[in-house]
Design a protein. Structure first.
Length: 499
């Protein structure tokens, strides 16, 4: 009696100890039955953890207009059958000129039913938690229950996913389960599924077409050559089309917004190549990606699929792309852990060496738990509401639904559900001159944008900003309302989120 959910070596161990093949088969059925619900239970536990962390941060005004506010405005626009406009990015700004993420339209029905930023956080937690399941099932088939639990817990608690969950919401949350499904299928040599699961990545973000190309190249190397090369060409062409045609078309200045800065002519090719490997924080990032797997990932060619993401990040002039902050490493976590499982599946590591590798990975996961955001759930301050947050909520409540507002970064995320919100650091350019925002609200304790010149002007305003009247100021939070030339408060209903 054979069971695909039981690893071959487990069956061999059981039959070699004197039991019959039938007895081993029955035991396999029992073991598989006990494990069948485990991946879903682990995924459910991580869904709860992810949602609690992101929801508590949002409730504590730690989420930001950049980026939860922007993505809420995008999904809200889709729910209204509009192009994805975001006033936080600028007046009538179509975000398809910023990043290519039409896949977010799939979240519109959920937002329509539950119009709240929390809806995006729930969807993100569910998408990332689901990605645990394919990896655990494959790990169980390869080496049994204990290895599957190690993979599930280590992956779910990995720092790259934790940083995604803690930093608001991002479109790459959709890429995480797609990569998990695609790479697990590739590791099992289920090439059709692997290639098909990779294709939607081109709708998640413009650079992920190169990841699709890498998956296609891997399939062409290890499996069906023609289909793999076709997918590789499709992925590369999709990235080229998005960066060279679609994004410039919708961008206000007519070009892709994130091209690297031109290199000085005196900088040679060798120096340019060397810059991709320096400063050392880039090496630390690579170390941090493979260390949670006990370095097992380094012994599988699947890990090479991470190269396109690492390449654009390390050649970027933006230092934020180089390190372990923010959400940029989330898409690398399923690649690293799929590579680790593939290493074990292919027999590149013996059972005696597997245990020390898993111990190393567990230690790394344990350490990063306390250095990265998941540990915030066990801190009392996460569950306490500060007086400053209560004051902010009171002042935000004075802004009526449907109003137009220019807000500081962390307060903007609290308003996008019910108002048309722009970034106060763009004020007065945040709305057309004929339609200045009806309200201004600024928190001088918001350190998420310390270089905000408009915000500093709000702090220094005594007592008013030209064209506005100070309505209330408490605990460093200032609320202004627009007034007419005669000094009367403007009571227009505001302009819609889309033209």
């Amino acid at each position: 009696m054979n069971n695909p959910n039981l690893s071959v070596d487990t069956l061999q161990r059981r039959t070699s100890t004197g039991g019959t093949e039938e007895t081993a088969g029955i035991s396999a059925e029992v073991a598989a039955g006990k494990f069948r619900k485990s991946p879903h239970l682990i995924a459910g536990a991580f869904f709860t953890v992810y949602l609690l962390l992101s929801a508590r941060r949002h409730a504590a005004n730690l989420s930001t207009g950049y980026d939860l506010g922007i993505f809420t405005q995008i999904v809200k626009s889709y729910s209204e059958l509009s192009a994805p406009y975001s006033p936080l990015k600028g007046p009538d700004y179509n975000t398809l000129g910023d990043h290519f993420h039409p896949v977010l339209a799939l979240l519109a029905p959920a937002y329509r039913a539950f119009p709240s930023s929390y809806t995006l956080l729930v969807c993100q937690a569910a998408l990332v938690a689901f990605s645990v399941i394919p990896l655990m099932k494959w790990a169980h088939d390869v080496r049994g229950r204990k290895f599957a639990y190690w993979v599930g817990v280590s992956y779910g608690a990995s720092w790259g996913l934790a940083k995604l969950i803690s930093f608001d919401f991002h479109e790459v949350a959709v890429a995480v389960p797609l990569l998990s499904l695609s790479l697990c299928a590739a590791g099992r040599q289920r090439w059709r599924a692997a290639l098909l699961w990779s294709l939607p990545l081109v709708l998640v973000k413009e650079d992920l077409g190169l990841t699709v190309a890498a998956i296609g190249a891997y399939a062409a190397w290890k499996g069906p050559r023609v289909a793999g090369l076709a997918v590789a060409a499709f992925g590369a062409a999709a990235t080229a089309l998005e960066m060279l045609v679609i994004l410039p078309y919708f961008n206000p200045v007519g070009k892709f917004a994130y091209w690297p800065a031109p290199t000085p002519e005196e900088t040679g090719l060798l120096m340019q190549a060397a810059e991709a490997f320096w400063p050392p924080v880039k090496w630390l990032t690579v170390l941090m990606i493979v260390a949670p797997t006990g370095f097992l990932a380094l012994r599988s060619p699947i890990v090479l699929i991470a190269l396109p993401t690492l390449a654009w990040r390390f050649t970027s002039p933006n230092p934020f792309h180089w390190g372990t902050d923010f959400h940029y490493s989330a898409v690398l976590m399923p690649i690293a852990f799929a590579a680790a499982v593939h290493t074990v599946a292919s027999g590149r590591v013996t059972a005696r060496r597997l245990v020390p590798a898993c111990v190393v990975g567990a230690v790394v996961t344990g350490v990063t738990f306390f250095t990265h955001p998941l540990h915030e759930l066990v801190l009392p301050r996460t569950w306490a509401e500060s007086a400053h947050v209560r004051t902010a909520d009171e002042l935000l409540a004075k802004i009526p639904d449907g109003a137009t507002v220019a807000a500081s970064n962390q307060l903007a995320a609290q308003l996008v559900d019910r108002a048309t919100v722009s970034e106060i650091c763009l004020f007065p350019r945040s709305f057309p001159p004929s339609e200045p925002p009806q309200w201004l609200i600024y928190d001088d304790k918001d350190m998420s944008d310390p270089d905000c010149a408009a915000g500093k002007a709000m702090e220094a305003a005594t007592p008013d900003v030209p064209g506005y009247r100070l309505t209330d100021r408490q605990d460093g939070i200032s609320l202004f309302t627009r007034v007419t030339d005669e000094g009367q408060a403007v009571s227009d209903p505001g302009r819609p989120d889309r033209p």
